[in-house]
Design a protein around this ligand. Structure first.
Ligand code: AMP
Length: 209
């Protein structure tokens, strides 16, 4: 089962993708996580990607697609995957059709106002990637409930970078919603609900695929 999860930053994509992967035994493939890992490496490519991420700009399609294509050919993706962060524009959607067959697209719908509010208070675990924020707070401040790792704020979540990413979402990514609706693959979910309720709505869809 191959699924895409799509939505503005702050809509809970990462959190829901992890939950879907765990519940349905498929792999969570996040292009953002893969790119952040490269950005941490001490190489010219790493430095270039780091700069683009910090500005809230997109990484060139050929670089991301090449990375994704290699990842999707790994063994664990054969049983299925939930794709988080790709495609982000019409060109990437076209390229994806060549490398994978998608059965459903989950669209997490959220207003810009709510997205900005959520991102300003978002913290991520530096060990396991668990995400915390106004919707889900850690029991101990600055520490991950799941693994005890330290929580940090992503460097592309300054208000400037967030607004830039939302702008890109509306201009480049949102047209994909119509594309997938036309292809009868789209399932729209109200992301302005509790994590559990959003996950229950998604599960109903995935169970019936
Ligand atoms: P995300 O974690 O999905 O919000 O991605 C964080 C950042 O990684 C984005 O703001 C982009 O700079 C970069 N990125 C992630 N996925 C893609 C993609 N499919 N195409 C281009 N850039 C991407």
């Amino acid at each position: 089962m191959n699924i895409i999860i799509i939505g503005p930053q702050g809509s809970g994509k990462g959190t829901q993708a992890r939950m879907i992967a765990e519940r349905f035994g498929i792999s969570h493939v996040s292009t953002g996580d893969m790119l952040r890992e490269i950005a941490r490496q001490n190489t010219d490519t790493g430095a270039h990607i780091d700069l683009l991420i910090r500005k809230g700009s997109l990484i060139p399609d050929d670089i991301v697609t090449d990375l994704l294509s290699r990842r999707l050919s790994e063994d664990d993706c054969k049983k299925g995957f939930v794709l988080d962060g790709y495609p982000r524009n019409a060109n990437q959607a076209k390229l994806l059709e060549v490398i994978a067959k998608i059965e459903a697209v989950i669209y997490l719908k959220l207003s810009d106002e709510e997205a900005v509010k959520r991102l300003a208070t978002r913290f991520v675990c530096n060990k396991c990637g668990e995400i915390y924020g106004i919707v889900k707070q850690p029991a101990e401040e600055g520490k991950c409930d799941a693994c005890g790792g330290d929580l940090y704020q992503r460097n592309d979540e300054s208000e400037f970078a967030v607004r830039r990413r939302l702008e890109i979402f509306h201009k480049d990514t949102k047209p994909l919603i119509d594309h997938y609706r036309y292809k009868r693959l789209l399932h729209e979910i109200n992301a302005n609900q509790s994590i559990e309720q959003v996950f229950s709505d998604i599960s109903l869809i995935v169970e019936n695929l």
